[in-house]
Ligand binder design. Structure first.
Ligand code: TXA
Ligand code: MG
Length: 333
């Protein structure tokens, strides 16, 4: 059931979570499917609801550094990694950064699929923070079925999970639109590009090891195919390669769309019957990231049979956008 966020619905959500139920809630990145991080039964329900393999660890969401210490044993970090934690937590939390830390043994192993580490973040969305304050630490993967598009609206959660979430808190469209950046503090390296740009992290703690990608199973979110719409997605270096055969087209910017129209001697009006979206009219990468999953969800609803998308310019959030596009394109259909 989808409900508006009010004091009363937050109370209801907290009561559900404390009794082992699941609540989907907005964060600044995407919607999460939350369960009590210290309740193994709730954790098992999350994996079942998402049809997620048990080898793919969850992210634990906490409200503050005290909450972090309950889930993670930061004293067990090597000194350099601890220094990085101090700098990064002061600069980027609350926000779209997830850190992989040593797991406290009292946190159920299922939270991190039995790994000795646990991924933790402090989200900045006010409703998420308020929910955690009322209910305690929440294990929350993105609230989608495994391998599918992440939800950036409450309706996307309901479409994919039905009543598997006992409650869906509706906070409207999320701000960042791509998931948090997952960082291994020891190498240090990015395990999953996301809402916080690599450049911002490097400005704070120095160069990161090459990556970003590490083989499964220590970062299964890096599975080659993931974040996929129903229709096959073809990723092109630029819109020059887009066909004019009625396929769904995802332009990066207005100027790229205009060039494509000119090449095919078409007017903007002739696009109207086609499933065509533009990530950002002005080519703004933050706006493009925020629109990415939303527009792919719209294509899903339109029943289109093939989607062409073009790569975003590299650097900054472009890394996360291109990562999600290439994973969406890698799916065998
Ligand atoms: O923005 C986000 O991060 C969203 C919102 C809801 O917070 N959550 C999210 O969770 O995207 P999920 O479960 O869909 O992705 C978690 C990612 C996966 O790629 C997983 O492999 C990685 O974090 N991860 C979790 N624990 C890990 C660990 N101990 N070591 C390495 N990678 C880990
Ligand atoms: Mg996910």
């Amino acid at each position: 059931m989808i409900v508006e966020i009010t004091g009363a619905s937050l109370d209801r959500a907290a009561a559900i979570l404390k009794s082992g139920g699941l609540v989907a809630f907005p964060t600044e990145t995407v919607y999460g499917l939350g369960g009590d991080a210290f309740n193994p039964l709730a954790l098992a329900k999350i994996f079942a609801a998402k049809e997620r393999p048990f080898f793919d660890p969850l992210i634990v969401h906490v409200a503050d550094m005290e909450g972090l210490e309950e889930a993670a044993d930061t004293d067990a970090l090597p000194p350099l990694a601890r220094e990085r934690l101090t700098i990064l937590s002061a600069r980027f939390w609350p926000g779209p950064l997830t850190l992989v830390l040593p797991r406290r043994s009292r946190l159920p192993g299922l939270a991190s699929s039995g790994l000795p580490s646990v991924a933790v973040r402090i989200p900045s969305h006010p409703a998420a923070r308020e929910l955690i304050r009322r209910a305690g630490a929440l294990a929350a993967p993105s609230a989608n079925r495994f391998g599918r598009l992440s939800p950036v609206r409450a309706e996307h959660v309901a479409e994919q999970l039905g009543d598997k979430a006992d409650l869906v808190l509706d906070g409207g469209k999320t701000g960042f639109g791509v998931e948090s950046t997952v960082l291994d503090l020891c190498a240090p390296r990015v395990l999953r590009p996301g809402g916080l740009a690599r450049e911002a992290i490097e400005a704070a703690i120095g160069p990161l090891a090459d990556g970003p990608f590490q083989a499964a199973p220590s970062s299964p979110g890096m599975l080659k195919s993931h974040y996929a719409p129903s229709a096959p997605l073809v990723l092109c270096p630029s819109s020059e390669e887009f066909p004019a055969d009625g396929s769904a087209l995802l332009f990066f910017s207005g100027s790229s769309r205009e060039k494509w129209l000119a090449r095919h001697a078409m007017t903007p009006a002739s696009l109207r019957p086609l499933p065509v979206r533009t990530l950002s009219e002005t080519g703004d990468i933050a706006e493009a990231a925020a629109n990415l999953f939303d527009m792919l969800h719209e294509f899903d609803r339109s029943g289109c049979t093939r989607i062409y998308a073009e790569r975003a310019p590299g650097g900054g959030l472009g890394e996360a956008v291109n990562d999600r596009l290439s994973r969406a394109a890698a799916v065998e259909k």
